[in-house]
Design a protein around this ligand. Structure first.
Ligand code: SAM
Length: 290
């Protein structure tokens, strides 16, 4: 079966047939542009060997494309009114499994173990924007075997994921994403490619998981606590950010000493530090005594 959605006519027909009502709270903006769909599928480098997890299939537009390219597709959709629609639009695609569940409640690691023998899976989605960060961080931090994540997100969020220090978009999300993966913005996508049109611009970003972490850090959790502490109080110095964090309990003296020992200038702000700098800081704080 060939994909037949991905355009305004096919989408409207399906929506009318089922009297579908869009739910704002679920971030429902369906893709209606075949060029964008082709680009996402190309960028995700999917082969018949791949197990693909799709988050939020909607009416199955991208699922049809994924089903053609992949070995197996697992599509997780929270909105139960979409399930009968998906059963209809995906009936010619036997390699698709639909699950009516909240993706934040799904044990994705177990899913990969059960359905892909624990081998790395590919995640592809036009994400519901209200939960972009918890979804991405859950995938990276949850010990899930991931090869790549190719997703549509809010343009501003895609920018945040790929920038380095010295820009206003740089923050905890940039560092977290870049610790786990190599980000690449595939395309910017304007609102008119969706139904209904979102109020913000969108972008497709591919995050290819690093084989080895790009920095050597002894205590990952400590590094991320330092990162959060630094960006929670953007206008404060690094020293103040670390002193004031409820997640950290180093003495003022130790923080001061370690910042100096790392060779950072006095009064430096956290937003000037690279991932390698945060790794160095975490290793130094973990090493020395009080
Ligand atoms: N993939 C479809 C497309 O491209 O046309 C729909 C994309 S739409 C931006 C996001 C989809 O995610 C919607 O179908 C929405 O119902 C679903 N969704 C929202 N929150 C979800 C959650 N917590 N778990 C699973 N799906 C969710």
């Amino acid at each position: 079966t060939a994909p037949y959605l991905g355009n305004p006519k096919g989408t409207i027909e399906v929506l009318q047939k089922y009297d579908f009502v869009f739910q704002k709270k679920y971030g429902q903006n369906f893709l209606i542009d075949t060029h964008v769909l082709d680009k996402i599928i190309d960028a995700a480098h999917i082969t018949k060997e791949d197990f693909v997890l799709e988050i939020g299939p909607g009416i199955g537009t991208m699922t049809q494309y994924l089903a053609q390219a992949a070995g197996k597709v697992y599509a997780v959709e929270i909105d139960k009114t979409l399930i009968p629609i998906l059963e209809d639009t995906l009936q010619g695609f036997p390699n698709v499994t639909i699950l009516n569940e909240d993706i934040l409640k799904v044990d994705i690691k177990k899913l990969a173990e059960e359905h892909n023998a624990g081998k790395p899976i590919k995640v592809v989605a036009n994400l519901p924007y209200y939960i972009t960060t918890p979804i991405i961080m859950g995938l990276f931090e949850g010990d899930v075997p991931i090869a790549s994540i190719t997703v549509m997100v809010q343009k501003e969020v895609a920018d945040r994921m790929q920038v380095g220090p010295g820009t206003k978009d740089y923050g905890a999300l940039s560092l977290a994403v870049q610790y786990y993966a190599d980000p690449y913005i595939v395309a910017n996508v304007p609102p008119n490619c969706f139904m209904p049109r979102p109020k913000v611009g969108s972008a497709v970003i591919r995050l290819t998981r690093h084989k080895e972490p790009p920095v050597d850090v002894k205590d990952e959790k400590l590094m991320f606590r330092l990162i959060r502490a630094s960006f929670n109080q953007r206008r404060k110095t690094l020293a103040n950010g670390l002193n004031n964090s409820p997640e950290l309990s180093f003495t003022k003296e130790k923080i001061q000493r370690t910042i100096e020992a790392c060779g950072f200038r006095e009064g430096i702000r956290g937003e000037a530090l690279t991932l390698a700098d945060f790794a160095r800081l975490a290793n130094a704080l973990a090493d020395t005594g009080d």
